[in-house]
Design a protein around this ligand. Structure first.
Ligand SMILES: O=C(O)C(=O)C[C@]1(C(=O)O)C=C[C@@H](O)C=C1
Length: 358
């Protein structure tokens, strides 16, 4: 897939002086709630008003959205505030209704992105339509699936594109509702620098108190903007109450965010940065040297084991190494999860190498 500057024209043409802000309630509940929220958001940095009309819920019985009757409320938002409007579409029928009610931007939810059949159905329904489509990441951490969905829209002739990073489903995460797994978004940015990347901290955090922190990380990683769930009365919201903020709180978040420059031309900054980068280059080469040495020894162990017909996987030894390294890492100020991930990767490679021993 090739993404060009023309695929982000919808965003560039807005000529914004700050990252794009898409805000509004998780769900449209009543006309009054939608319009009140929108009018308060008008006095913030919000450029696009969002509201879920159809809500895909994990289990039946929850509030599944007001449906079509909510679409004229969004049209009123546009008329009365001048903000663009966006909602999630989950099938061809949603597309037809959203277009009938002049929704400006459509987004594809995480539970839809995982299903290429449904994505294709929506892409086909959008043929010949000149509206931006934003694709949320799939619930599972699969960059190819995410990009595959974008590709389906591109192939269907949708030229105005973007992606939304809402984090990845996880069990028992204390800190996040959906783990960000930033490296996936960084990889995406590296491969498609012109594809607008919008952060949805509401779904990553699942709570209000960490929104600023996660949003700042997004800015530090050069995201193009945010989608933040905002409700006139968050505690009494009909869905996702814990993660929604009031328009005033959203305003505070966008004020507190520090917009970083892509770089600085200051001589002192450049000199120090270059020095540190040289240091890192040296350390990185050392890391690769050491890894090469380690894998060489793993190969020798593999040969020994093959001769003696001994199993490659040695769980006891492996647990000891992992425990020791996590402890040592903690002394060095390294996070347990970080050390664990690195050593798990090393272990897998060590086993691969031993498997290949002839
Ligand atoms: O100690 C061994 O038996 C090894 O094969 C080495 C090693 C490792 O890379 O550290 C690899 C596989 C085993 O599961 C345990 C440890």
């Amino acid at each position: 897939m090739e993404i060009k500057k023309e695929n982000r024209k919808w965003l560039d043409d807005m000529n914004l002086s700050h990252p794009i802000v898409i805000a509004g309630p998780c769900s449209a509940e009543t006309e009054e709630q939608v319009l009140k929220t929108a009018h308060e958001l008008k006095n913030t940095d919000t450029n696009v008003f969002r509201a879920g009309i159809w809500k895909p819920r994990t289990r039946p019985g929850g509030f599944e959205g007001v449906g079509e009757i909510g679409l004229p409320w969004l049209q009123k938002v546009k008329e009365e505030t001048g903000m663009l409007i966006t909602t999630e579409v989950g099938n061809a029928n949603h597309v037809e209704l959203a277009l009938k009610h002049d929704v400006d931007i459509l987004w594809i939810g995480a539970r839809t992105t995982v299903n290429p059949f449904v994505v294709q159905e929506i892409a086909d329904a959008l043929k010949g339509v000149d509206k931006p489509v934003l694709v949320k990441n799939p619930v599972n951490p699969d960059l190819a699936l995410w990009l595959g969905a974008v590709e389906r829209f591109k192939t269907a002739g949708i030229t105005q594109l973007g992606v939304i990073h809402r984090g990845f489903s996880t069990y028992n995460s204390l800190h996040y509702r959906n783990k960000p797994k930033w490296h996936i978004a960084i990889q995406l940015k590296k491969e498609f620098p012109d594809l607008p990347l919008i952060l949805d901290p509401s779904h990553i955090c699942g709570r209000r108190d960490t929104l600023l922190d996660v949003s700042q990380t997004g800015l530090d990683l050069n995201y193009d903007g945010f989608m933040i769930e905002t409700h006139i009365d968050p505690d009494n919201a009909w869905s996702d109450a814990k993660q929604q903020v009031t328009p005033a709180q959203l305003n505070q978040i966008t004020k507190d965010l520090k917009i970083r420059e892509v770089s600085s031309t200051k001589e002192d900054f450049q000199r120090k940065l270059n020095m540190h980068r040289k240091e890192l280059d040296l350390i990185d080469s050392n890391i690769v040297d050491i890894l090469g040495d380690r894998m060489g020894i793993a190969e020798q162990i593999g040969r020994l084991k093959k001769q003696e017909n001994v199993a490659i996987l040695q769980s006891g030894r492996w647990s000891d190494i992992l425990m020791k390294m996590i402890e040592y890492g903690e002394e060095k100020g390294l996070r347990k999860e970080f050390v664990e991930e690195i050593f798990r990767t090393i272990h897998v490679e060590s086993i691969n190498i031993q498997h290949k021993v002839k």
